[in-house]
Design a protein around this ligand. Sequence first.
Ligand code: DGJ
Length: 732
Amino acid sequence: MAIRIKDNVFTLQTKNSTYQMKADDKGILLHTYYGKKTDETDYSYMISMADRGFSGNIYEAREDRTYSLDFLPQEFPVCGSGDYRVDCLHADLGEGVNDCLMFFDSYRTYPGKYSLEGLPAMFASQEEADTLEILLKDNQEEVYLHLLYGVYENYDIITRAAVIENRTDREVRLSRVLSACLDMDHDGMDLIHFYGRHAGEREMERISLFHGITELRSTRGTSSHQHNPFVILADKNTTEEEGNCYGCSLLYSGGFHMQAEVDQFHQTRLVMGMDDSDFTWSLLPGESFVTPEAAFAFSSQGLARLSHCYHDGFQGSLIRSSWKNKRRPILVNNWEATYFDFNGDKLLKIAKEAAELELDMLVLDDGWFGKRDNDDSGLGDWFVNEKKLGCSLKELVDQVNGMGLMFGLWFEPEMISEDSDLYRNHPEWAMVVPGRKPIKGRAQLVLDMTRKDVLDYVKERLFSIMDSANIQYIKWDMNRSVAAAYSALLPRERQGELRHRYVLGLYEVLEELLQRYPDLLLEGCSGGGGRFDAGMLYYAPQIWCSDNTDAIERLNIQYGTSFGYPMSSVSAHVSVCPNHQNGRVTPFKTRGICAMQGTFGYELDLSRMTEAEKEEAREQIHTFKERYRLFQFGDYYRITSPLENRDFTAWEYADKDGTEAYLGVIYTDLHGNPAAQSVKFRGLLPEGRYQMWKDKEPAGIYTGAALMNGGILLPVPVENYDSCQIYVRLEE
Ligand code: DGJ
């Protein structure tokens, strides 16, 4: 077992990291170590105790004025304890103030991984992970806090979640419950985070933390385009290849809150959890509140290794789809090909071309239901528009299947248009404050996913469409932020529960959908990548990464996404040029190479492609099918950063045993009389001899040592946004 316990010191050992905490003689659960793998020494000897001015002492410390939670490192700091730093819990136990103090009560361990009712969580067999559950109790009231730890030895991942249990006979009011805290004994760290906007998600930014609080949050009801619930704390000198870094990923698809505070004694604290801006929760006697899970990883070998922990951990123990180990279908989606302007014939024409190119699937996007010829109407009316299709959905799907293609369908189940039969019949199903004008987004309103009748309707519609035809894939979209939300069924004093209850409602539908159709391939989407989070990955093994399909802007977006999410989850398509989002023209080849960084597919009218483009597409499809094992299961390396290298971006997939590797290169600038450009491979066997191909042309034999230390010269680009693919394989 990866969990060692001695004298109330809890040491969690993974392959390369150690995490330690201690219930001290007062019963406070201190955080004593997280970092490079070490032994089970009680590291609390590193905590310096002193009588510090204006740092109050808990009563249990008696005359000891050196004991203060104002500076002690803790596992789950709470409000009202004399700790003035950012904390995890604000609970009113009945006195009208947020005042509780949690003391060690007991613990238990078991092989395997805990699960969280109604919420996504990493899973494991009994051999793959161990669970530690520490029970804390308020010093006066029967209010308990279960701290859950899942230890994944092989992935170097430690998951955390908390459960608050009200065993009193009164209501406990919660106004902030975050998932986890990480206290470090030093400052001078960098925060790496991923901000953005619609069509420009997850731009990586690295900043120095300062004395004070840095915070990131989404108050939008979704994890959002603007900030991502994944952050990294890194030492100043940490690079892709070297140095210490800690990742924290929240498995939650609603709003979130991350704070990083450097305190008066130069210590750093990170807290992460669900958005608490409008949050309140009434916890009645006998009830429990479960937080979303946070997944921590540590690497002493730089950022690439940290990403591999998440890539492997999520791929192995979060993504549970039956598709996770299969090659994902190469699909063509009709959105950018037709937008709302399609009929059955047009779709079949695209399907025919797709079949000829040996693609795997046709996805019918927005506009196939209700009255939906633009984005002003129809959401909620999930009834097939047979007039528009010219046939029933089954007839269309059967024809597509008959061509040897699978069929996928777009839904946006959480939404309702004012101009819809659903709204005309059930205006109260929209989350609108009574008597006030709603905030609209893309002209639509949000369905009240906290209501059982709404969930029943959504499920009934989804399941009945699913049962009507052979649908093997669903793209689950969500095209606005939640604003001024109100639920007609929640009493006024419980409206603060709405946003979390909404997410629980969403998860309930997703869970039932997958239970009912276990082989369904679900693709997440929210106006592109507005809900690209680890919570969603539990249901959807792939997520549409961005509505921006320009190959050059995608380099930034996919670069940022790669830090915390497996590339097999990054949905990416070849689209038409000039690009619909920014008007840029890039070579067809480059668009293919960029899409192969992720799941790969097409989003254009195949029937309007030139013969040369079709030839190129055949080549791309062949390459993807041939190399998908590398792309889906290999180790991903960010060879250059598009934010730093203005000339080209390169990335690599290396087989885990170093037998083969693929390097993608896209040039982002051109120069007269250009300087030589080179890159170094990673993840090869130094003594191995590798045969190299540049764009399929044999390009010599090199040792792994040469490729990794000397590197290779890149071909000189011959046109704007040129690109190349380099493949190496151990000599037979
Ligand atoms: C937003 C998605 O990101 C697009 O790919 C497309 O599905 C549209 N919605 C359809 O309305």
